[in-house]
Every structure is written in structure tokens, then in C-alpha cells.
Write a protein that binds this ligand. Structure first.
Ligand code: 13P
Length: 246
């Protein structure tokens, strides 16, 4: 299981320090990886705070070029140098607000892999697409256009746009259906191992149910990951789930 905290554009240095201090005596489980995705500017700082802990570090985005004249962008190689292991690509907020398209996301994924990062590629439909009955076709075409081919292992996050920050989550059947389609599409792209995370209004009171669904390999958490108690409660739901399976 993989529990990812996407902090988006939140938390300052003091709050980050408090968050990590509050984790001080928490025992992470070998079967459940926790990873935090802070703002670019605090990646280095967070790395210095977690270097002796069982927490991984990731970035919320990267550019596809190694270096060059790309003002304001960050190379995946720089992220790797600063201790990142993972990078989120194609989050719906990036797609909607910065016009990042599938082609751009695919190029970033190849580049991230070259730099030694593991990409977490986000897909998800809008409420209009869901209501028109086209969610499956939409997700399939997103995957077809943005997934890299023949790579070793990859993470894909299913984040329905209508669930992000709304408190509304899809039904168990809807999550199960999309996650199994994602796994099939990844096999078609000859990807070695694919882990599929669910994202969108994951909270302590729904995490256990979500993580018990077939083909849910973890969660990508936004709002609830800003509060250490909620984050750890969700983490503990994942630990509980792996104990049920084994
Ligand atoms: P919320 O958990 O706040 O709905 O955000 C989900 C998300 O966008 C994670 O990437």
C-alpha cells in the first residue's frame, strides 16, 4: 500500500516542522509506504527533516527537459538530486489551470523515469463526462495518450475531478471498475508493475472502505494530509488492510 500526501500549495516552514515533530514517535509499517509531496520550495527542507525516518519524498510536478531555458520550471534531475523518489504528473489542477495535455504528461513521465524518479500519473473525469456515461472511454483515452510504454513500474492515480475537495466519493463499484480498467490499460502498454491509487476526498472515515476495494493499492490525499492526525489515521487504515489480506 502507498499513502501519498499531496500538500498542494499549503503549509509554511513552521507548520512543516510541527507536522514532522508530531510524527516523531510513530512507527511506520514496512508494508505501507508514506510519501509527502510538499511545494517545490520546501522539498530540500522537508528532506532534511525526514532523512532519518521511513517517509519518502516526492514532487508535485516536473518539466520534461533535463535543463534549458524554461523559466520557472523544475527538472526531474534536480528533484532527484534533492532527495525526491516520486513525482506527481498530470494532476487535474495542472491539466485545467496550465493546459498540460496528455502528450506533455507522457514526455514528463519518460523524463522522470530517465532521471530515476517514479511517476504517479493522474487521470480522472469531470462531472459532465461522468453524468453523460462516458467516464470509461474518457479514462481509457487519457491512459492511451499519457502512459509511457515498456517501463518497469509506474503509479497511476484515479482522481475523479468531481471528488477532489468536494467531500463526494464515487461508489465502490465505480472505483473498482475504473481501477481494473487502469490495470488492463497498463498491461497493454507493457508496463511491468502498476499500482493504482485512489484520490478525491479521502478522509479518516472513508479510507478503510476505499482501501478494501479490489485494485486499490493506496490513496493520494489532498486536504486530509495537511493534518497529521488525519494523515496517520488514513495511514493506519492501510496498515489494517494489509493485515486483513495477509
Ligand atoms: P482532496 O483529498 O482534498 O479531495 O484532494 C485530492 C487530490 O487532489 C490529491 O491529489
Amino acid at each position: 500500500m502507498f499513502i501519498a500526501a499531496n500538500w498542494k500549495m499549503n503549509l509554511n516552514k513552521k507548520k512543516i516542522q510541527e507536522f514532522i515533530t508530531d510524527l516523531e514517535n510513530f512507527e511506520f509499517d514496512d508494508g505501507v509506504k508514506a510519501c509527502i509531496f510538499p511545494s517545490f520550495i520546501f522539498i530540500d527542507y522537508l528532506y532534511s527533516l525526514i532523512s532519518d525516518k521511513s517517509i519518502s519524498l516526492g514532487s508535485q510536478n516536473c518539466h520534461f527537459e533535463k535543463n534549458g531555458a524554461f523559466t520557472g520550471d523544475i527538472s526531474p534531475y534536480s528533484l532527484k538530486e534533492c532527495g525526491c523518489e516520486y513525482v506527481i504528473l498530470g494532476h487535474s489542477e495542472r491539466r485545467a489551470q496550465y493546459n498540460e495535455d496528455n502528450n506533455f504528461i507522457k514526455k514528463c513521465a519518460y523524463s522522470a523515469i530517465d532521471a530515476g524518479l517514479k511517476p504517479i500519473i493522474c487521470v480522472g473525469e469531470s462531472i459532465e463526462i461522468r453524468n453523460s456515461g462516458n467516464a470509461i472511454n474518457f479514462i481509457k483515452s487519457q491512459l492511451d495518450e499519457c502512459l509511457p510504454e515498456n517501463c518497469k513500474d509506474i503509479y497511476i492515480a484515479y482522481e475523479p475531478m468531481w471528488s477532489i475537495g468536494t467531500g463526494i466519493i464515487p461508489s465502490i463499484n465505480q472505483i473498482e471498475e475504473i481501477h481494473s480498467i487502469i490495470k488492463i490499460q497498463a498491461i497493454k502498454k507493457n508496463i511491468g508493475t502498476t499500482k493504482v491509487l485512489y484520490g478525491g476526498s479521502v478522509k479518516p472515515d472513508n479510507a478503510e472502505k476505499i482501501m478494501s476495494i479490489d485494485n486499490v493499492d493506496g490513496t493520494l490525499i489532498g486536504g486530509a494530509s495537511l493534518n497529521v492526525k488525519d494523515f496517520l489515521a488514513i495511514y493506519c487504515s492501510a496498515v489494517k488492510q494489509i493485515k486483513v489480506i495477509s
